[in-house]
Design a protein around this ligand. Structure first.
Ligand code: SF4
Length: 240
């Protein structure tokens, strides 16, 4: 329990105001944006949704939009043929079955086109502040590196383990913090281990060795990278 508390404390320190980075003004816009975010980045989704929701500014216009036009608008984010059909079908179902509303119900959400467990969790967390954690690539990577879950764990197992580890009132916040930590700090190819205060408890075998060597428990816990640089310069000078 101490470990997860330390991790969350550090995430509070570096990501004090975690937010969803998908732009939206209406509930259904978030739902569609999350569906569109499969296999692409939030930044790319925001670019296309600014065009899409500007041109088709209601569920009715999305429902009746020419699919060829949606395919063209969604081209930059890939899987655009499939995603265009998802958008039209979601708009139609929300209008025809749910009075145009996004419902706070996992089963209902997961019955919509292109909506899986992860999308439903994101929507319920963001719109209704429900205590869910959506496991995307960032959450999975960070959880594995920090030893919160096992390398072999699948998405559902990771979700279950994190849900048990993190208090329900902190889940929604932790969800965004883990995503943003993975997106901007503990990135896939080049994690910023040298400045990461979780270095000591991190299980990632490729974490920067230099930082482990210079880790000093207590106080702030770390020697800064600039101090390390100075030490190396001095060491180098004395060896001459
Ligand atoms: S030490 Fe590196 S790999 Fe480990 S959590 Fe921090 S940034 Fe990620």
């Amino acid at each position: 329990m101490n470990k997860i508390n330390n991790i969350l404390k550090y995430l509070d320190e570096i990501i004090p105001d975690p937010i969803c980075e998908l732009n939206y003004n209406k509930d259904y816009e978030l739902l569609i944006a999350v569906v569109l975010s499969a296999q692409t980045t939030d930044r790319e989704v925001n670019k296309v949704t600014s065009v899409l929701f500007n041109k088709y500014s209601s569920l009715n216009t999305l429902k009746t939009a020419p699919v060829e036009d949606l395919i063209e608008i969604l081209r930059p984010i890939g899987m655009n043929h499939k995603k265009a059909l998802f958008v039209k079908q979601i708009a139609a179902d929300l209008i025809d079955l749910y009075d145009g509303k996004v419902i706070n119900d996992r089963k209902v959400l997961e019955s919509l086109s292109g909506v899986g467990r992860k999308t439903a969790s994101v929507v319920m967390t963001e719109l209704f502040n429900e205590p869910y954690i959506a496991v995307d690539t960032h959450v999975a990577r960070v959880s594995k590196r920090l030893g919160l879950v096992l390398e072999k764990d699948n998405v559902l197992t990771i979700e279950n383990k994190l849900t048990k580890l993190i208090d329900s009132d902190k889940l929604a916040r932790a969800h965004y913090q883990l995503i943003l930590f993975g997106r901007y700090y503990c990135t896939s190819p080049k994690p910023n281990c040298i400045n990461c205060k979780l270095n000591k408890i991190c299980k990632y075998e490729k974490k920067t060795l230099l930082n482990s060597v210079f880790y000093t428990p207590g106080s702030s816990g770390f020697v800064s990278s600039s101090m390390i640089f100075i030490v190396l310069v001095y060491a180098s000078a004395f060896s001459l």
